[in-house]
Design a protein around this ligand. Structure first.
Ligand code: NAD
Ligand code: MG
Length: 341
């Protein structure tokens, strides 16, 4: 375990394999509800770590055959939850409250309800009974990487949070689960449901998904509207982004700045901040913190997603998508990860 005090005085605890006691899962059955991105990875990694697993899927689900073919036991979500001592909800966040209603009656005192994202608990969409432990083990990676790295004897970093500890075992059990899916091989950071939910929503809105696509589109449009070729704008604003991000991922900003020309470095350092709206970012964070965004998204789902459909349509028909489709077809470059083949 490493503890480090960051400059703001917050303590971060990171756990590794030796901090987890695998025997916490002896005699434990884990019900993994859902067999999508996270579900298939948790279920198979747990099983390979010697944990008893049952996968909960609806009668008509196409994932049923897949889970069976992977050698796992499959039951209905209700039956799996009844059998499970730990019930992990790995179905889309928007359908979790409905499925939870059906499994709540079979949760027993001392069971654990576990999540990979805190949205529904943090915003009060799921309120588990007092006698049930509520935890989160959230790999910070998509499921296929959680599975692939585990098979290589490695792991992906993860988060651990305890929302309710009714049994006194919640933390140690969560750590054992994180170990069984491979996360303590890479490092597991202690957090809370609030911190995970709010940083996750903020990050995907302001920086990762929303921020990056808007930045790319704005750059593309600025060049195209000024009369430059859309193909040039595509390569400059979208394609090269991967090269830049790969360098940041490997060695931080320093490696990126070292790898580009001094002209790019000076221009970037002096001009970059002009395109970032810090007040806008603060407003995004406030809407996450005060629940305004959550209410909007819950209402949007209840109304069958009218705005979501419109935004999605506009995004899909943006010129950069057409130009990109043509160019990727034309050049057919291969930058696939040889390890994936
Ligand atoms: P997903 O969309 O891949 O999961 C789909 C699974 O849910 C399928 O097995 C499907 O059969 C099942 N499902 C869908 N609708 C259902 C319904 N109405 N009733 C019952 N089952 C239904 O989900 P995911 O991306 O693995 O996300 C699961 C959880 O993990 C979420 O809480 C998510 O926030 C979290 N998470 C995801 C990632 C990621 O990279 N995908 C990373 C960290 C955390
Ligand atoms: Mg049970």
């Amino acid at each position: 375990m490493t503890e480090s005090a960051d400059p703001d005085g917050l303590d971060t605890t990171v756990y590794y394999d030796e901090d987890a006691d695998p025997s916490m899962l002896d005699g434990t059955t884990v019900a993994v509800l859902g067999y999508g991105s996270q579900g298939h990875a948790h279920a198979q990694n747990l099983a390979d770590s010697g944990v008893d697993v049952v996968v909960g899927l609806r009668e008509g689900s196409t994932s049923r055959a897949e889970a069976s073919a992977d050698g796992l036991r499959v039951a209905t979500p209700q039956d799996a939850a009844a059998e499970g001592d730990i019930v992990t909800l790995l179905i889309p966040d928007t359908v979790q409250p409905t499925v939870y209603e059906r499994i709540e009656p079979v949760l027993e005192a001392g069971d654990t309800l576990q999540f990979a994202h805190g949205f529904n608990v943090h915003y009060g969409q799921i309120e588990p009974p007092e006698a049930v432990d509520v935890t989160m083990v959230a790999p910070k990676a998509p499921g296929h990487l959680v599975r692939r790295t585990y098979k290589r004897g490695e792991g992906t970093p993860g988060l651990l949070a305890v929302y309710r500890d009714a049994t006194g075992r919640a933390h140690a059990e969560g750590l054992a689960y994180a170990r069984a899916i491979g996360c303590t091989r890479a490092g597991v950071i202690e957090t809370t449901f609030r911190e995970e939910t709010e940083t996750d929503l903020f990050g995907e809105q302001a920086v990762l998904c929303g921020g990056v696509t808007e930045l790319v589109k704005a750059g593309f449009e600025t060049l195209v509207e000024a009369g430059y070729a859309p193909e040039m704008a595509y390569f400059e604003c979208l394609n090269e982004l991967k090269l830049i991000v790969d360098l940041m991922y490997e060695g931080g900003h320093a490696e990126m700045w070292n790898s580009v020309s001094d002209t790019a470095e000076y221009g970037g350092l002096t001009r970059g901040s002009e395109v970032v709206d810090r007040e806008g970012m603060t407003e995004i964070l406030e809407a996450v913190q005060n629940g305004e965004f959550a209410r909007e998204w819950i209402t949007e789902n209840q109304a069958n997603r009218p705005a979501y459909r419109q935004y999605r349509e506009a995004e899909q028909t943006h010129q950069i998508e057409q130009v990109g489709d043509q160019l990727r077809e034309l050049f057919a470059w291969d930058d696939s990860d040889p390890e994936e083949a």
